[in-house]
Design a binder for this molecule. Structure first.
Ligand code: NDP
Length: 563
């Protein structure tokens, strides 16, 4: 528990504090594993009622929840900003607006998307058979999000789950617990049945208790290390999981790109939310002929960004969310320096903004273990009494030239405001560099030649590849979101995301029961000959070839009817 331990929390409490000021935002009580189990049980009870509600009723409630959000938009944005540190404008533009859009879309479309559908079954249809697929909800969906989009990610996943007929238990991050509680209140105010959406508060162990409680699906967003643990724990109950994990997303700028657009996008893609985006531009590959021009524009634009608390409307880059996260950024920038890359702008923690910070971390993801520090590690520590120190949490937006893929920070997720730039000569080289990573969440290609951009996009190993855009497609709820390689499993959003939240049931009908099936028992030499015909004629899918099987089929059916 990073910043929460800065204040004197009573046993079993989490105190949420503003990373820009250290001010306490509020506190929540941690739920015990037993309470988490009970929450899942209550969720399952209410599921049996909720799954029978009509799509019209679900739609009405989701649209009502939208109104509640719009009513409270300013205070919700302030809460998100206070807990996560992001500028209030980002909370509105990149959390509230996209989730409102997702809500109206899924409320209106889920019924159509989940309508029972007839499936073509080829030559079986000639035998009087037909097939339909109907979709059933799964039951209880456990949502375990990260802290960087504490509102839009869990809320969007909850709404999609509810529209599919599931009930929901959310375990927010310990860094943003009040935003999680607010999500529960929104559903309550909208009139959802009691316990249809529950929020259980706590740290990693509360998340683990939720996984242990055997929900019917887990939608997890977070680090690769925690995702692995969750997948392992979920396997014990055969609970299926959607994993939305880290990224090291490349931006490829070809020689014919619109440089001004690419420079603006690189700055926004790398530094919005202080770089704490799973789909941030973490590596920029630019054609050597335009590298100098693009880099100059990026450095100029970065120099104009105002840095400070997220509550200031002129601030573009706010504080980072936790001490351990800023430590990772510092380590990566040091690594770049040592490896010979050049820091063109930024590169330092801002000592002019002091915040009260905890130095102990109970969080256990791999990169965080490396980043957690002891009380003595930071100058100005106030000692063991409250285990806190005063340390700045703002890291300057940092542009780095001369990066190469063999440098360590080009291979690990930074999740902070750094933009390393690397050059390439050929298209093949750019693609190889972009794919040279364990991650594959998103990527972008910048070119005026759209056909070429698409060709390159299809060769990049990532769940989303944009041409002349970067980062924002999580905000388009209609499109699937998820990673290749270690960036995840499964999808949220879009039809693909909705289908993760239901189980398809195949209903197969035979309208002709007068004749026995040729494959029924007892078997015989005639049966064997018929089965050969199935393999060599029927299984070709050709009506003509199957027609030549008819005499043999008739012989077999007569045999069966004789008994
Ligand atoms: P973590 O993996 O540390 O935590 C994610 C969530 O899991 C938190 O709610 C955390 O709780 C909880 N948790 C921790 N341990 C356990 C456990 N053993 N069992 C169950 N739950 C547990 O990730 P971060 O919060 O640090 O998030 C940053 C990561 O998330 C980055 O790698 C980023 O790329 C990724 N991310 C991916 C996105 C995507 O769409 N692919 C979107 C956003 C972020 P607590 O916080 O209370 O410890």
């Amino acid at each position: 528990m990073a910043k929460a331990e800065a204040q004197e929390a009573a046993a079993g409490e989490i105190i949420s504090s503003d990373p820009a000021t250290g001010r306490e935002v509020g506190r929540v009580r941690k739920q015990t594993p037993d309470e988490v189990r009970q929450a899942v049980e209550r969720s399952r009870q209410v599921f049996h009622m909720w799954k029978t509600t009509s799509f019209a009723e679900r739609r009405r409630l989701v649209m009502r929840a939208r109104e509640v959000i719009l009513d409270e938009m300013e205070s919700i944005a302030e809460l998100i900003s206070a807990e996560s540190g992001k500028p209030k404008g980002e909370a509105i533009a990149f959390e509230i607006a996209p989730v409102l859009d997702l809500m109206q879309w899924i409320a209106r479309s889920a019924e159509k998307m989940l309508r029972p559908r007839r499936v073509g079954i080829g030559l079986f249809g000639l035998l009087g058979r037909s097939s339909r697929v109907v979709y059933h909800p799964l039951g209880v969906v456990a949502i375990i999000p990260a802290w960087n989009y504490p509102f839009s990610i869990p809320l969007g996943e909850a709404v999609m789950s509810l529209m599919a007929g599931n009930t929901v238990v959310i375990k927010p991050s310990e860094l943003t617990p009040l935003t999680g509680v607010k999500i529960g209140e929104i559903f309550e105010r909208a009139g959802f049945p009691n316990d249809a959406v529950q929020v259980v508060s706590g740290a990693g162990e509360t998340g683990a208790a939720l996984v242990e409680a055997a929900p019917d699906k887990i939608a997890f967003t977070g680090s690769v290390a925690t995702g692995r643990k969750i997948a392992e724990a979920a396997a014990k109950n055969l609970t299926s999981v959607v994993l939305e994990l880290g990224g090291k997303d490349p931006m490829i700028v070809l020689a014919d790109a619109d440089l001004e657009a690419a420079a603006n996008a690189a700055v926004w893609g790398a530094f919005s939310n202080a770089g704490q985006n799973c789909a941030s531009v973490e590596r920029l590959y630019v054609h050597e002929s335009i590298a100098e021009d693009l880099t100059r524009r990026i450095v100029e634009k970065t120099g104009k960004l105002k840095i400070g608390p997220g509550s200031d409307p002129d601030v573009s880059v706010g504080p980072m969310s936790s001490e351990r996260q800023i430590r990772i950024v510092e380590r990566h920038v040091d690594d770049f320096r040592e490896a010979g890359a050049e820091i063109l702008t930024g590169g330092e923690r801002r000592a002019d903004t002091l915040v009260r910070m905890s130095v102990a971390s109970t969080r256990t993801s791999a990169n965080c273990e490396e980043a957690s520090v002891g009380t003595d590690d930071l100058a100005g520590g106030t000692g063991d009494a409250d285990r806190s120190v005063r340390a700045p949490l703002i890291f300057e937006p940092t542009v780095i030239a001369g990066a190469t893929n063999d440098m360590r920070p080009m291979r690990e997720e930074t999740f902070g405001p750094t933009l390393p730039i690397c050059t390439f000569v050929t298209e093949e080289e750019a693609i190889a560099l972009a794919n040279d990573t364990e991650f594959g969440l998103t990527a972008s290609v910048w070119t005026r030649d759209i056909a070429r951009g698409r060709r390159i996009a299809e060769r990049i190993e990532a769940g989303t590849v944009c041409i002349n855009e970067h980062l924002y497609t999580h905000g388009i709820g209609q499109t699937p979101w998820g990673g290749f390689k270690n960036s995840g499993r499964g999808r949220t959003h879009g039809l693909e995301g909705l289908l993760e939240l239901v189980q398809p049931q195949h209903i197969h009908t035979n309208r002709i029961t007068l004749l026995p099936d040729a494959w029924w028992m007892p078997y015989s030499p005639t049966a064997l000959e018929t089965f050969r015909g199935f393999a060599t004629k029927f299984a070709t899918g050709s009506m003509l070839k199957t027609a030549t099987l008819l005499p043999q089929l008739w012989k077999r059916i007569k045999e069966l009817r004789r008994g």
